[in-house]
Design a protein around this ligand. Structure first.
Ligand code: NDP
Ligand code: KPL
Length: 309
């Protein structure tokens, strides 16, 4: 297995899968490696990990991915940003010697639709959604900031590239590494639920420079209701049935549960990094155009966030 990305999520999974392999003799995986965008220049071959609510940190070894590891990998876990995903898939798909499973672990939606038919004819794709929180404190140094759960589901496995046996082993490994990882027959519904939450919380917190909890304030209610109503209308055209009342309840629940959090979009703006808004409100804007559904509030959020970065 190759974990792609030396950031907050990549190192979180790398650490836990490595530990699972070391501690669990049954974990059937040939080799785990980490593909870093900077590995040619990186002098360190260790990482620092601070477990959830711990003061002590752990130093672990990194086995960087070699060309031969890419060629024979069965699974690529892509822990890169949504806007880095397509380029990464193109780079890797050209270097593989055999069919592999690419697991997309990014926030937002819209990358899978852009994968070429050629790549889809050779490889399988899955999505991994997580509510774990991880913070990159320095290069190769992360802290597990929130315990969560993950959902895994296939986006494309038409030619049964991933056999039932390989799938069972993978789920067992992920569940041993960082439980719980639940298999979802209908992963698209889970993706839309996460997307809706991100469409509401992320731009509001980024534009107004507020923590997640402030999203619950009455002054944002009208905007949030409009965002969610549009998300439901567009989802419907994609044959996904969502209830706007249930979604609104969920948005306020998540805002409350993560009240002191700085959302990823707000953090990106504050740090001067590119945001994932093209794959969040921008995705709703694009799908709205495609289906002739008006999405003025999501389009506005998309443009406003773009103008901040
Ligand atoms: N952090 C969190 O708590 C959570 C994050 N997510 C989602 O997970 C995704 C990843 O987030 P996060 O880990 O925080 O992001 P980071 O920016 O911390 O990590 C992404 C890493 O991937 C590297 N990278 C990009 N392209 C490649 C490539 N082709 N080969 C090797 N490495 C590459 C980047 O390098 P470089 O710096 O050179 O660009 C960067 O180090 C995002 O979509 C995010 O929204 C979801 C839930 C929680
Ligand atoms: C759920 C939420 C809003 C938590 O901060 C998130 O996913 C993000 O910040 O991207």
């Amino acid at each position: 297995m190759v974990i792609v990305g030396q950031g907050a999520m990549g190192l979180l999974w790398y650490h836990h899968i490595n530990q699972a392999i070391k501690n669990n003799k049954q974990a059937s995986i040939n080799k785990l490696s980490l593909l870093s965008s900077k590995q040619d220049k990186q002098t360190l071959d260790t990482y620092q990990f601070t477990p959830y609510q711990s003061k002590a940190s752990f130093t672990g070894d990194i086995h960087y991915t070699l060309a031969a590891d890419i060629a024979c990998a069965d699974v690529f876990l892509l822990c890169v940003k949504s806007y880095q995903t397509l380029t990464t898939i193109k780079q890797l798909a050209n270097k593989t010697d055999k069919p592999a499973l690419f697991i997309l672990a990014h926030n937002g939606m819209g990358t899978f639709e852009q994968i070429s038919k050629k790549v889809l004819s050779t490889h399988a794709f899955a999505a991994l959604l997580t509510t774990h929180g991880s913070l990159k404190q320095a290069p190769l140094t992360i802290k597990h900031t929130g315990l969560g759960v993950s959902d895994f589901g296939f986006l494309h496995n038409n030619s049964k590239i991933i056999t039932k046996e390989a799938y069972n082993q993978l789920i067992q490994l992920l569940n041993t590494a960082l439980p719980e990882v639940n298999f979802q027959e209908k992963i698209a519904e889970k993706q839309w639920l996460k997307l809706a939450i991100n469409c509401a919380i992320n731009p509001i917190t980024a534009i107004h420079n507020i923590p997640n909890g402030d999203v619950g304030k009455a002054i944002y209610r009208e905007e949030i209701t409009a965002i969610i109503t549009e998300v439901c209308a567009v989802a419907h055209k994609e044959h996904i049935v969502l209830s706007s009342e249930q979604l609104l309840t969920k948005v306020y629940e998540v805002a409350k549960a993560t009240a002191t959090n700085c959302s990823s979009m707000r953090s990106d703006i504050l740090a001067g990094r590119e945001t994932e808004v093209d794959y969040i409100n921008g995705y709703i804007h694009r799908l709205g155009k495609k289906h002739h559904v008006a999405t003025p509030q999501n389009s506005l959020m998309w443009q406003q966030v773009k103008s901040l970065s």
